[in-house]
Write a protein that binds this ligand. Structure first.
Ligand SMILES: [Zn+2]
Length: 385
């Protein structure tokens, strides 16, 4: 098996290629981003503060000048506190899929109290949330938790329209999380609707699905822009965590994506045990690239298989009313489907590629949306299926 000579990505990673020195395309991509953003340099800081000046100017006379989505996790919590320090006036927005852990609910409360900002939460009907998760489980596709990402994105765009705010600050950091391997998964609003229609039982009434029409309206009419301030900073997740713990009483929840039980199930059980996907490699590879860990240390951690979290499995079965037999049928040698087996907007996004290129240039959609959604997937997309 070929492993990148710099990070720990191997040939099983979808969309991977290696240069003549054995360095993978994801490492090269990170180098390119470092060249463009130069995180932590005075130049980067200057650029970031120019963006903030524009946000402040556009926010004059409004109650809030930007919106920050809060999950209770490290990056968004840290970003919110920093934004207030930078003199911005954010509104915190949370999409509650009703699967939050108690720690993350408490974290959101502590952070908003510390930063003294308002919080706007959209809560989906819990029976409806469960029906969508159940549908995705029986659809046997890797994107079990897609409804949370899509719902959260739509709620952020809805909040921008409601409070007449033009900027969303995102707590994403390519240095800390790594770039998600291209084509490791795919989802959009049509995909969610089709899976729910096929495997769901209850009508979709309170779920904020993102249709193509709503997406376009937000891009063209509300002109929402997405900014990722952490890309300009020399950001360290560990330093952010200790800062949060010391200053706000925020608590670490034990791992990336584990602040919510649905994403916890995906990362600790569903992906590793049904799809042979171990997503720890994103942040491990990122830690090696940024010099926080040696390649050997990361490989040692990665080579120890993840133990299934029995508590989270019990919780899932009980909440989704899945019997032991049904669970085993899906998880042990069960059928595996992909997004290609369902209706999606993928072809339409590809067709509209020139439009989305311009929109990405103006931050109306993220550059990662443009690169991932508007081009055909790499041929080895189904390598793990
Ligand atoms: Zn690499």
């Amino acid at each position: 098996m070929t492993i990148c000579s710099r990070c720990i990505y191997d040939e099983k990673i979808k969309g991977i290629s290696f240069d003549s020195n054995g360095v993978c395309n994801y490492c090269i991509q990170t180098d390119e981003l470092n060249k463009i953003y130069q995180p932590g340099t005075p130049e980067a800081e200057k650029k970031l503060f120019e963006i903030f000046a524009k946000i402040k100017k556009d926010g004059i006379g409004k109650k809030y000048d930007c919106i920050i989505g809060l999950s209770g996790g490290t990056d968004s919590s840290y970003l919110l506190c920093k934004a207030v320090e930078w003199g911005l006036r954010p509104l915190g927005v949370h999409y509650d899929n009703t699967w939050n852990t108690a720690i993350s609910t408490e974290n959101i409360r502590k952070i908003t109290k510390y930063a003294d900002i308002d919080l706007w939460t959209y809560v989906i009907d819990n029976k409806e949330a469960d029906d969508i998760f159940r549908a995705f489980f029986f659809a046997c596709v890797p994107e079990f938790d897609a409804s949370t990402d899509i719902g959260f994105s739509q709620v952020l765009r809805d909040a921008c329209a409601k409070f007449k705010v033009k900027y969303v600050l995102e707590g994403h950091s390519y240095q800390a999380e790594g770039l998600t391997p291209q084509a490791s998964n795919y989802f959009d609003g049509k995909y969610i609707a089709d899976i729910h229609k096929t495997f769901g039982k209850k009508p979709m009434k309170t779920y904020p699905n993102m249709t193509f029409k709503k997406f376009l309206k937000s891009i063209l009419f509300h002109r929402v822009q997405f900014i990722r301030p952490l890309w300009y900073l020399d950001y360290s997740k560990e330093a952010a965590q200790s800062w949060l713990e010391k200053n706000t009483g925020w608590l670490y929840y034990g791992g990336h994506h584990l602040e919510n039980r649905a994403s916890g199930f995906v990362h600790s059980v569903y992906h590793p045990h049904k799809f042979n996907m171990d997503n720890r490699n994103w942040s491990l590879a990122a830690a090696v690239r940024s010099g926080k860990m040696t390649r050997q240390e990361a490989l040692d951690i990665y080579s120890v298989p993840r133990q299934p979290d029995v508590e989270i499995i019990r919780y899932l079965k009980k909440r989704l009313e899945i019997t032991d037999e049904e669970y085993d049928k899906v998880m042990i040698n069960g059928i595996k489907r992909s997004w290609k087996d369902f209706k999606t907007y993928k072809k339409r996004f590809e067709l509209w590629r020139p439009f989305f290129y311009i929109m990405a240039k103006y931050n109306r959609v993220t550059m990662s949306f443009y690169l991932k959604y508007c081009f055909p997937m790499p041929p080895n997309n189904e390598a793990n299926l």
